[in-house]
Write a protein that binds this ligand. Structure first.
Ligand SMILES: O=P(O)(O)OC[C@@H](O)[C@@H](O)c1c[nH]c2ccccc12
Length: 268
């Protein structure tokens, strides 16, 4: 059983929902990330989504675009991201880690080489934003052979037929994007999310995580009532930006103080 499957299994037994924070690896520098990851776990994260910085992050709004810029500026490479995960694993062997990224840098690294290295350092899942189910086959094999879960995005505009096709390829969980648009959106309509998640539940048994536009504890709790997990990115990344000049413990605490209230409100 993969760490991700196990995680959702345990949560389900205790009636809890997954809290999945996102940060960009290497933001503001590669030296910061591991400390931040441990702080996120301490503050209630069940799974951590780590972004691999990319120069042209099409699905990201300004907050995460700038995080990618800071990270690339600080010299973060795919190799460096993998070494960050290895370092995190020295002290945490249980929290699932999902690497999120765009195909270009990974294609350059080599899909098989990347999947092998990701497995080696303890990555549990990958979310490749621009990997379409049509072109997925050989790429998918590289990850499947390494027992790495492939997380796919479903959006409000995904047709039921396509959603079914994607869910059949996916493992671990599926990621329902709550709004049309990019990361860091302001508006999320809980009723519409609930309706979409309910209809996805009819076509898949995989857990459903919901992300985009969740920035406070109240919204996190409301969304967690209608899904299996909530993903929170830009509000954390924004706190990194605001405190980028401070030391890493300070930033790690700042992240914890955003995440912890979400955890308590979700569990209340
Ligand atoms: O930032 P938000 O609105 O809280 O949404 C989470 C999101 O940032 C994270 O999951 C993510 C970062 N980059 C992405 C690109 C595509 C899909 C998802 C993502």
């Amino acid at each position: 059983m993969s760490r991700i499957v196990q995680c959702f299994d345990t949560l389900q037994k205790t009636g809890k929902k997954a809290l999945i924070p996102y940060i960009t690896a290497g933001d503001p520098t590669p030296e910061h990330t591991v400390t931040m990851m441990h702080s996120l776990v301490k503050s209630g994260a069940d799974i951590i989504e780590i972004g691999m910085p990319f120069s042209d992050p099409m699905a990201d709004g300004p907050v995460i675009q700038l995080a990618c810029e800071r990270s690339l500026e600080a010299g973060t490479t795919v190799k460096k991201v993998l070494s960050i995960i290895a370092k995190f694993r020295e002290e945490d062997s249980s929290t699932p880690v999902v690497l999120m990224g765009y195909l270009n840098p990974i294609e350059f690294f080599g899909y098989q080489a990347f999947a092998d290295a990701a497995k080696e350092v303890g990555v549990d899942g990958v979310l490749l934003v621009d990997l379409t189910p049509e072109e997925a086959t050989d790429v998918v094999e590289c990850f499947k052979n390494n027992e790495i879960d492939l997380i796919y995005l479903l959006s409000p505009t995904t047709t039921p037929a396509r959603a079914k096709k994607i869910c059949d390829l996916a493992s671990g969980y599926v990621y329902y994007v709550s709004v049309k648009g990019v990361t860091g959106s302001a508006e999320l309509d809980v009723d519409s999310v609930k309706a979409h998640v309910d209809s996805l539940k009819e076509i898949t048994d995989l857990p459903i995580g919901v992300g985009f536009g969740i920035r406070d504890a109240k919204t996190a709790a409301a969304v967690s009532k209608c899904a299996d997990g909530v993903i929170v990115g830009s509000v954390l990344v924004n706190a990194i930006a605001e405190n980028a000049a401070k030391d890493k413990e300070y930033i790690a605490d700042a992240l914890g103080s955003i995440l912890a209230p979400m955890r308590s409100e979700m569990d209340a």
